[in-house]
Write a protein that binds this ligand. Structure first.
Ligand code: 5AD
Ligand code: SF4
Length: 429
């Protein structure tokens, strides 16, 4: 969106209070995400009373889900922009610029194609955050056809569609020419990349795409997310052995440790399948850091089901995880399932899971102490800097550096916390 806007006379701003245009790019995956959007819109209403010329755009999944309703609840919004309409942001922004009449653009079509979309010239699109000067996310596909029974994504983001491989490679090439050194390829389920391609595209699988992107000279780190366990192929696992710049980090959402719950979630794998894939990953890349997503309190989850999730945590010892209380989302199948779990039990299970995960993360992180790890520097200040390892851990260093964000450097890990590491360089030279 910032690339599109840069060709329509806009530049990124840090400051919501003085911006001409504020875009909330929204998520509705869980009830809590949606609540955040609504409270932010409440705060923006007050700012707009002071500065009526300011335009407010709500983009993404909440916009898609709510459409016209959003304007009834939040009449100070100028543009409601759905998930397939984002590429036309420039046209819509020009349309609302001169008027007080709001626009709702949330059409969705089976014939939707992701446009061949190249980054704007750097001079017009200087990112407001220095992080984005050297690392970027690149969308390779949009939508999802999996219909996990709890998930709103297939409804808000539409049918799965992949970008053409040549468009992705061209975009990364251009970003690298502008100084980007790390790229994360993004899709709801990268394993099915290329199965439903834009009309004229040449066939290409995700492992093939990874190889093509990895060959771009000047790119130093490559990551991707997310991968569905049901169709994680041997070819993709093999990429962790064969592609040097592919970082040893893997996010493989499991959701539950109980086969019965997985079945009701419509996930199409068992815990035995999952463990077999995890083993294959570690045998290819022993230094891999594995993370996952967990839902606690799915309808019908018994104490025994939850105990199986805890068992899985003990067996795999994930380096980290994102864990959530189940929440009903509009229109999804699990809304109608029996056996809804009380808020109290959900909170209890979440706390038990997170407490144990924190201990395991700390133990895993402590194993790095004493080793040398390469970090890419992310932020620097007068007497300290921080960077990220290939495994995606943040490392803080309390030393001065002449290096800049995006530079690679080897550091010795001297201390581990649950969520980050501490390192030093001075004694190494
Ligand atoms: N309730 C709770 N968590 C959910 N997720 C998706 N839908 C729901 C829901 N209805 C979680 C899943 C997914 C992550 C992005 O969000 O764990 O992997
Ligand atoms: Fe949602 Fe992911 Fe399942 Fe798709 S694969 S329906 S995005 S949880």
């Amino acid at each position: 969106m910032s690339q599109i806007l840069s060709t329509h006379g806009y530049a990124e701003s840090h400051d919501m209070e003085s911006a001409d245009l504020v875009i909330l790019n929204t998520c509705t995956i869980r009830a809590k995400a949606e609540q955040k959007v609504m409270s932010m819109l409440g705060a923006l209403r007050k700012i707009k009373v002071q500065r009526p010329g300011m335009k407010i755009c709500v983009a993404g999944c909440v916009a898609q889900q709510e459409g016209d309703h959003l304007l009834q609840r939040m009449p100070h919004v100028d543009l409601v922009l759905g998930t397939q309409n984002i590429y036309d942001l420039g046209t819509y922004i020009d349309r609302v610029a001169g008027t007080d009449r709001p626009v709702v653009a949330t059409t969705m079509s089976k014939a939707f194609r992701i446009p061949a979309f190249l980054p704007a010239d750097r001079k017009n699109s200087e990112p407001a955050d220095e992080l984005y000067s050297f690392k970027r996310f690149v969308t390779i596909m949009q939508g999802c056809d999996n219909y996990c029974s709890y998930c709103v994504v297939p409804y808000t983001r539409g049918r799965e569609i992949s970008r053409r491989a040549q468009d992705v490679v061209e975009e990364v090439r251009k970003l690298v020419a502008q100084g980007v050194r790390e790229v994360t390829l993004l899709g709801q389920n990268v394993n099915s990349y290329g199965r439903k391609l834009n009309g004229t595209a040449l066939p290409c699988t995700f492992p093939e795409l990874l190889h093509q992107v990895a060959e771009i000279r000047g790119l130093q780190r490559l990551r991707f997310t997310t991968s569905h366990p049901k169709d994680l192929s041997d070819e993709l696992i093999g990429c962790f052995r064969d592609i040097a710049i592919l970082c040893p980090q893997f996010h493989l959402p499991v959701q539950s440790g109980s086969d019965a719950v997985l079945k009701r979630m419509n996930r199409h794998y068992t815990i035995a399948n999952y463990l077999e894939r995890v083993e294959a990953l570690f045998s290819c890349r022993p230094d891999l850091a594995l993370t996952t997503d967990i839902i606690v309190g799915f309808p019908g989850e018994t104490d025994d089901d939850f105990a199986l999730t805890m068992d899985l945590l003990e067996r795999v010892r994930f380096h980290g995880s994102f864990s959530f209380k189940y929440s009903d989302r509009p229109g999804v199948r699990s809304c109608d399932f029996d056996g809804k779990i009380s808020e109290e039990v959900k909170s209890e299970r979440l706390a038990i899971f997170q407490r144990r995960q924190d201990e395991i993360s700390l133990a895993r992180n402590s194993a790095y102490v004493g080793s040398l790890l390469e970090i890419m520097i992310e932020r620097t200040s007068e007497n300290a800097f921080q960077g990220r390892t290939g495994t995606n851990h943040i490392v803080h260093v309390d030393e001065k550096t002449d290096l800049a964000p995006g530079d690679l450097l080897e550091v010795e890990i001297v201390h581990a916390g649950q969520h980050s590491l501490k390192g030093k360089v001075d004694s190494m030279h």
